[in-house]
Design a protein around this ligand. Structure first.
Ligand code: FMN
Length: 263
């Protein structure tokens, strides 16, 4: 998840038991530094094949698989025509083919419920090793119910494994795994990497201090650390009060103080 899945957070999700972590979507021509120490799925977004081969060659060894984003509903995606706004099947085919030819690692594509879902599935059947379906339509963003029946239709027509995404948590994942090959946990993991420990029955207990250690190691930006500091208050006693204090924090020291006071 964009803004959430930084390297420190991803490493902690893995430690807690996540089978695979995803990088936030990345443009193949981006010059931004990316950390791949968790060997994540690296998700690409773009509207042409420019730079894909080179980007994959450069990072191939450090990733578990390559994913292509056709689900992003954000305004920037609308402005530039990527994510869920990319509907040109010829372009989508070119991109998936280019990804396929550039790597021996698995290639996957992530889609929403839309009028082109089944056509993209046909392309995925041809070029990809799995498809992820988040069965909410673009205008829903992340709200409202995901259409599980639609995802089941995708599964019934798919020749490749189907990864289901949409409101997955520790209570429903077993049922969903009877219908789909794999499940993806999104928002329920925000501020809560321990969800993976619950599911995998690992004894690991991740705290914000664990996050902080890694965030400092990777020299993550203050703004990012503050975001996670606030997210990690989820489910805690006095979470609202804590969040307010954290919101007002202007330095890392202040954030540390809030967490120290808490104990
Ligand atoms: C803040 C945020 C950022 C997201 N960023 C991405 C992204 O970069 N790539 C992607 O494929 N999905 C992204 N998603 C969608 C999630 O991967 C997931 O499909 C969606 O939230 C539904 O799952 P959930 O109900 O478990 O959260 C994002 C979702 C949120 C809430």
């Amino acid at each position: 998840m964009e803004e959430v899945n930084d390297i420190a957070f991803r490493l902690l999700c893995k430690k807690a038991g996540a089978g695979l972590t995803y990088s936030p979507m990345t443009h193949p021509q981006s010059k931004q530094k990316i950390f791949l120490d968790d060997k994540p799925a690296l998700q690409l977004f773009c509207t042409t094949t420019k730079g894909i081969k080179e980007f994959i060659k450069k990072n191939d060894k450090q990733v578990s698989l390559w994913d292509f984003n056709l689900g992003c509903p954000a305004t920037t995606a609308r402005k530039h025509g990527f994510g869920s706004y990319l509907k040109d099947l010829k372009i989508i085919e070119k991109i998936l083919k280019t990804m396929r030819e550039a790597t021996k690692k698995p290639v996957t594509v992530k889609i929403r419920k839309s009028e082109i879902s089944f056509q993209v599935l046909e392309l995925a059947n041809k070029y990809c090793d799995a498809i992820t379906i988040h069965p909410r339509i673009q205008s829903q963003g992340y709200s409202g119910k995901p259409d599980i029946k639609f995802a089941e239709e995708i599964k019934s027509k798919s020749k490749i494994p189907v990864i289901y995404s949409g409101d997955v948590d520790e209570n429903n994942y077993k049922e969903l795994l009877k219908k789909f090959d794999l499940v993806m946990i999104g928002r329920k993991a925000i501020g809560n990497p321990n969800i993976f420990a619950k599911i995998t029955k690992k004894k690991t207990k991740i705290t914000f201090k664990d996050y902080l250690k890694l965030a400092e190691k990777y020299k993550l930006y203050f703004k990012q650390i503050k975001f996670q500091a606030m997210a990690f208050t989820k489910g805690q006693k006095d979470a609202k009060k804590l969040r307010l204090k954290l919101y007002k924090s202007k330095t890392l020291e202040e954030i540390k103080e809030v967490y120290n006071e808490k104990r």
